[in-house]
Design a protein around this ligand. Structure first.
Ligand SMILES: *Cc1c(COP(=O)(O)O)cnc(C)c1O
Length: 220
């Protein structure tokens, strides 16, 4: 019978196979298991199987399940991958280890203030609205490089990478290639791109981490 644990094994094997195929070092690509909508009971077997990087898209939902799980597994690394409101900046800085969705000045400023106040320093990515879709969060591709620079200069934030979600139903390759190009121009190393349907493609275009939910936990 297929379980989340067996699907986790399958995803990890495919990541390794794609690393090998593209001539990248084994372990070059991190797997962020996206546990949104799944409760602690569903997440525990994945923790027991050794997975430590997890992604959640809502601050409040994560606050309901992760404090206890983090107490039990202190080496967990929790990624915020959903849009962030500035009134949630304090909570996000307190709980998350990586915030992947910095996408406007107001958020950059709020996160910088909270990091100072709390003395806690989650690692940060800038989200790029790679297909310039009106319904999606993220900075416009044409503004991304300048925004990363502004995060550094104006807000004293170290940006580690870029994150994107390509438009649904389109060939994601060109969008992944564009994110890679923007990262080079902005001088950042990490690329968070690729989900259940396209993580192998993302790895071929240089992803350093992939965010995989339903291919591990099942349909939502
Ligand atoms: C839900 C989500 C994912 C995972 O999506 P799957 O298709 O279930 O793998 C990845 N990234 C973000 C930003 C998400 O919101």
């Amino acid at each position: 019978m297929e379980t989340a644990t067996s699907r986790l094994g399958e995803v990890k094997a495919r990541i390794v196979a794609t690393e090998t195929e593209t001539g990248r070092e084994s372990g070059a690509v991190s797997l962020v298991a996206v546990s949104k909508t799944f409760d602690a009971e569903a997440i525990r077997p994945i923790l027991d199987a050794g997975q430590r990087l997890f992604g959640e898209n809502r601050v409040q939902e994560a606050e309901g399940k992760w404090p206890d799980l983090k107490a039990a597994f202190p080496d967990v690394e929790l990624h915020l991958i959903g849009p962030l409101q500035s009134n949630k900046a304090a909570n996000a800085v307190a709980l998350f280890d990586v915030i992947e969705t910095i996408d406007r000045d107001k958020i950059a400023r709020a996160i910088a203030e909270e990091m100072k106040k709390q003395g806690r320093h989650p690692r940060l990515y800038v989200q790029v609205n790679i297909g310039s879709e009106s319904q999606k969060a993220g900075i416009e591709p044409t503004e991304a490089v300048a925004f990363v620079e502004r995060c550094r200069q104006t807000y004293d934030l170290r940006i580690e990478g870029l994150m994107c979600i390509p438009p649904i139903g389109e060939n994601p390759g060109p969008y992944f290639a564009l994110l890679h190009k923007l990262a080079r121009e902005a001088g950042v190393e990490k690329l968070s791109m690729g989900m259940s349907a396209d993580y192998e493609t993302a790895i071929r275009f240089g992803a350093t981490s992939v965010r995989v939910g339903s291919a591990i936990f099942g349909g939502r």
